[in-house]
Design a protein around this ligand. Structure first.
Ligand code: C5P
Length: 231
């Protein structure tokens, strides 16, 4: 059995306003519902756990049912950081072969992409969806450029990130120590890399954007329109 953890417990303050971005609507449907639907449609996912702000958990299951989501098995409250929210989701899983972790603010991942990452993790233990980097990347100190990083070997880490349950549990044992040392844990791969486990990079589409800022919403509306038109 493969389980998805869809994290959507952020406060979303970067977009302004007082509604977290995962609950804003795109084409009349909340962004989090769009994201959950992609996992619902993926045959390689059996169950979904979603992580929400504590105040948003009540009533979410029935809202999800109304949108036709049948695989949603648990709705749990999030933590202070994204990684802590993932850990809350992980604690709700007692049995799984592969766990797929996804950002609830990435509504355009496709069921086919999810399946490819799950299959890669089944074969190797760990796999992450990635996309190429279009810009030249500079390392800076203050306002000075100190280095250019070779672009061809760089990838942007997207989600889902998929792992055998045991690997993800072991990786998260180091979370408290990492956060106490001031390390910002922005994805699962980072903790799994520290275990020395090999992680397969699965090429995904740049359409799988993370809706973070105001301008992302405009782009998201354009992507949704092209998806609806079947382009
Ligand atoms: O903060 P960031 O943009 O990296 O958030 C990525 C995802 O993690 C979002 O879906 C957000 O709702 C979620 N998150 C969470 N708990 C937090 C912070 C972020 O579930 N404490």
């Amino acid at each position: 059995m493969n389980v998805a953890i869809v994290v959507a417990a952020g406060s979303g303050t970067r977009l302004g306003g007082n509604r977290p971005k995962q609950f804003l609507e795109l084409g009349g449907v909340p962004i989090i519902i769009h994201a959950l639907r992609q996992f619902e449609r993926c045959h390689d996912i059996n169950e979904i756990v979603t992580v929400l702000p504590a105040e948003a958990t009540a009533g979410f299951s029935s809202q999800a049912k109304a949108f036709g989501l049948r695989k949603l098995s648990r709705v749990v409250a999030g933590g202070e950081t994204r990684a802590q929210s993932v850990r809350h989701g992980l604690a709700a899983i007692s049995d799984a072969e592969i766990v797929a972790v996804h950002d609830g603010v990435r509504p355009f991942v496709t069921p086919e992409e999810i399946a490819r990452v799950v299959q890669a993790a089944k074969a190797s233990g760990a796999a992450v969806l990635v996309a190429p980097v279009a810009d030249t990347i500079k390392e800076v100190e203050g306002n000075r450029i100190v280095r250019t990083v070779t672009r061809s070997s760089l990838r942007r880490a997207l989600t889902p990130q998929c792992f055998r349950l045991e690997i993800l549990q072991r990786a998260y044992e180091a979370l408290d120590q990492a956060e106490a040392a001031g390390v910002e844990v922005t994805d699962e791969s980072f903790l799994v890399e520290r275990l020395g486990v090999e992680i397969v990079a699965v090429e995904g589409s740049a359409r799988n954007i993370k809706i973070t800022r105001e301008e992302d919403l405009t782009l998201a509306e354009a992507i949704l329109e092209s998806v609806v038109r079947g382009q």
